[in-house]
Design a protein. Structure first.
Length: 265
């Protein structure tokens, strides 16, 4: 069995629509980026600069770190962006607001030990997969080391301030494996999701955190039933990439084979 390299962040898309996943990650087809994606990248970039500065003791201010978000939004030579209803100015305004709230509310509560931990190669030979990807953060808690993942979206944080964690366990499990392999630090504490609402009004741009315990059990299985990675391997090695026309991502904006997909008929 020839090992297949997959990005950890792509697992959700594989299970959502295998045909779209294969077109993107095996055939290399792409669609232009969009305002929502650029917003997520911008907030990831600026908060990473701020958190790394705190680890290094470099003293970069919140406003200084925010420049990284502006750079992502306005200067992106490596990709095309279709803004649609979102203008760069609108996206910048939301990104800067979320960046500031994160730095003032979330960051002071954290004891980060690493930012943007990249794992080039983690081979799981018995199922023929090689995992690669980046974990947003590793933090130290009273229970041990934990990974943190930043997620932006219109419904990332509910009106009650709670972060929606359902459905993210296997992705967190992958990030735990990658972070542990890349850093050599045992990841034993519950994974944390840091949610940031991308609403247009400051009052609705909530930030919050939520935890997921036992994420790797979902990913690797429990000895009695297979884990998500085994299901993923079977889909990939079978080459049977069916389409899902009811997917929320079934749109020309997100899928590179939307116009030619036979499953939409």
């Amino acid at each position: 069995m020839t090992p297949v390299i997959i990005r950890a962040s792509s697992l959700g898309r594989l299970f959502d629509c295998p045909a779209s996943w294969a077109a993107t990650y095996i055939e290399g087809k792409r669609v232009p980026s969009n305002g929502k994606a650029m917003l997520g990248k911008a907030v990831h970039a600026s908060t990473a600069v701020y958190d790394q500065s705190r680890i290094d003791g470099a003293g970069i201010t919140i406003d200084e770190a925010a420049a990284a978000a502006v750079d992502i939004i306005h200067y992106h030579p490596d990709e095309d962006v279709v803004w649609d209803d979102d203008t760069p100015q609108d996206v910048e305004k939301i990104a800067l607001s979320l960046h500031t709230k994160y730095c003032q509310i979330i960051a002071p509560q954290q004891n980060y030990t690493a930012v943007e931990i990249q794992c080039e190669r983690l081979e799981i030979s018995d199922i023929g997969l090689i995992l690669t990807g980046t974990t947003d953060r590793v933090r130290e808690t009273e229970e041990g080391f934990s990974i943190c993942d930043l997620k932006t979206g219109k419904a990332a944080v509910g009106p009650d301030g709670k972060v929606k964690t359902a459905g993210h366990a296997y992705q967190m499990g992958v990030y735990e494996l990658l972070a542990e392999h890349a850093s050599g630090v045992p990841i034993s504490a519950p994974a944390q999701i840091i949610g940031m609402n991308t609403a247009k009004t400051p009052a609705s741009q909530r930030v919050g955190t939520g935890e997921i315990a036992g994420a790797r059990d979902v990913l690797l299985g429990d000895g009695e039933s297979p884990g998500v990675l085994e299901y993923a391997a079977k889909i990939i090695h079978s080459g049977m990439f069916w389409g899902n026309p009811k997917s929320m991502m079934c749109h020309e904006r997100y899928c590179p084979i939307f116009s030619t997909c036979k499953f939409r008929k």
